[in-house]
Design a protein around this ligand. Structure first.
Ligand SMILES: [Zn+2]
Length: 62
């Protein structure tokens, strides 16, 4: 949480269910969400930071 604020390369590990592959989402410039794409089908995925249910290290994309 707090240690993420100054980490430019903070990322969230994510399992892309669409292609059964593992990838990463990187924090955006504003630090409000993680954004990335499935490495195989390039489907864009975003995960909000803060609020409820966003502290999981692994997120299952649908
Ligand atoms: Zn995919």
């Amino acid at each position: 949480m707090a240690e993420d604020n100054d980490s430019k390369r903070a990322f969230l590990g994510i399992w892309f269910e669409c292609c059964n592959t593992y990838g990463r989402l990187y924090k955006n410039a504003a630090g409000t969400m993680y954004t990335g794409r499935c490495p195989r089908c390039l489907r864009p995925v975003t995960v909000r930071i803060g609020g409820s249910g966003t502290n999981r290290r692994f997120f299952r994309g649908r």
